[in-house]
Design a protein around this ligand. Structure first.
Ligand SMILES: Nc1ncnc2c1ncn2[C@@H]1O[C@H](COP(=O)(O)OP(=O)(O)O)[C@@H](O)[C@H]1O
Ligand SMILES: [Mg+2]
Length: 424
């Protein structure tokens, strides 16, 4: 009986999938929407990576049969997201870029779906920095060049990745950077307001990702690219975007003085809170990072120094770093001369006071008809501010104050009339 109640969340080593085509070796990752395994592909005898659609906390597994059962989620909702997972697999399968993970199979089994990718040997950028410390400027530029190339490719196809971060970038033993985890990727139309679900990684997601229906565009991924560069050069995750309104983010150079000025400037520009102040394309970002427009040259790609031995951040070089070949095909746009002089809008430094207590008092003692709208608006101030809708929070606070004063005024008149009537 005891044995029957023992349940494993993940598939156990040795489990076969897809009619014996794949044999699970071990679990390598567990996220909110999926469990990732290393497995062996029989026949070709090669390692693969299999991602299983599994909603954490909403799925349990019948250990004997391996099948998923739902808890606290209805079939229709599970099915909707399962289809999105399959759509994700089909989207990645349609992408062909050497710096983007491939999808080689997708299938349904155990009441859920699976996508199969080649197994990428190596470590994620997150692991490399955690284990070896911040990267040198040249290594960072080489990896960023490869990643921005991949991101430019998906932006050209009207896709946003929406979860770019060091944990989703694998580095192979021959220093190739590969972008993985397209679980949050969505189609987009630049600057159109779209109902994207809010999935985000704190520190890497810009404020527009905190709200479902705000405008998103290539600048949304560019914030995350800037934050990734911040992390790999400093070893510190940037302060999350929502908190930066009240808490200033230390400049990368303050943490690591070896970071060259142009890299420091590029990161800060990519991570501007207001989308219009950021680079608008990955080419613009790379041009800024390299300090000059890229020229088609015959300079060779310089392999980054091996990530294994711990290396202190290198001294900034006076010269422009070598141009990675990966960039040559895509980078043609020189930085706009006005880019550095763009108007910077500083976010409001203080949250507007919400007037909630005063509005409630007014409703009770002055005029309920005018006090209630004051309460309704006051109640929205904090939540809007938290969601990054600073303008909305300010407007709600203004309305709350307006209704409050109307309520006080009308309350005073009514009470005065009442007192005069009583006395006469
Ligand atoms: N193709 C792959 N090859 C090797 N390791 C992978 C591969 N895809 C993912 N991983 C590893 O599994 C982890 C989780 O995978 P990921 O797709 O990022 O899912 P999630 O973050 O949603 O759990 C990654 O951080 C990486 O270490
Ligand atoms: Mg991931």
């Amino acid at each position: 009986m005891e044995q029957n109640t023992q349940r494993f969340k993940e598939l156990q080593p040795g489990t076969t999938l897809y009619g014996g085509k794949y044999i699970v070796e071990k679990t390598i990752g567990e996220g909110g929407f999926g469990i990732t395994y290393k497995a062996m592909q029989q026949g070709l005898n090669r390692p693969v990576c299999i991602k299983e659609y599994f909603i954490s906390g909403r799925c349990v597994r019948d250990t004997a049969a391996h099948t998923l059962q739902l808890q606290g989620i209805d079939d229709a909702t599970f099915e909707k997201y399962r289809q999105a997972f399959v759509h994700e697999a089909q989207t990645i399968a349609s992408l062909h870029h050497s710096n983007i993970v491939e999808v080689i199979d997708v299938f349904n089994e155990n009441n859920t779906s699976y996508m199969v990718m080649p197994f990428i040997e190596g470590r994620s950028l997150q692991k490399i920095v955690e284990q070896n410390g911040p990267l040198s400027y040249n290594d960072a530029v080489n990896y960023m060049a490869q990643i921005t190339n991949a991101v430019g490719y998906i932006h050209d196809r009207h896709l946003l990745h929406r979860d770019i971060k060091p944990d989703n970038i694998m580095i192979t033993p021959d220093y190739k950077a590969v972008l993985i985890d397209f679980g949050s990727a969505r189609e987009f139309e630049q600057d159109k307001t779209q109902m994207h679900t809010s999935i985000l990684t704190q520190g890497y997601a810009p404020t527009e990702q905190y709200t479902r229906n705000s405008r998103k565009g290539s600048y949304t991924d560019i914030y995350a690219i800037g934050a990734t560069l911040y992390f790999i050069l400093t070893g510190q995750v940037p302060i999350e975007a929502a908190a930066r309104i009240t808490e200033p983010m230390p400049e990368p150079k303050e943490i690591n003085p070896n970071i060259p000025d142009n890299a420091n400037h590029t990161i800060l520009k990519a991570m501007q809170l207001k989308p219009a102040d950021r680079h608008q394309t990955v080419q613009e970002f790379m041009n800024d990072l390299l300090g000059s427009p890229l020229q088609p040259t015959d300079s060779k790609i310089v392999p980054p120094t091996p990530p294994t031995p711990p290396t202190p951040p290198s001294q900034p070089k006076a010269t422009t770093p070598p141009i990675p070949t990966a960039l040559k095909s895509t980078t043609t746009v020189p930085p706009t001369p006005t880019a550095k002089n763009e108007e910077r809008i500083t976010p409001p430094s203080n949250k507007p006071s919400n007037f909630l207590t005063w509005s409630i008092l007014c409703t009770i003692f002055c005029c309920p008809a005018l006090g209630i709208p004051a309460i309704v608006n006051a109640a929205q101030v904090d939540s809007r501010w938290k969601n990054g809708d600073y303008e909305g929070a300010e407007k709600a606070a203004q309305k709350a104050r307006k209704w409050f004063w109307w309520s006080v005024a009308v309350g005073l008149v009514i009470n005065t009339i009442y007192v005069i009537a009583e006395l006469s």
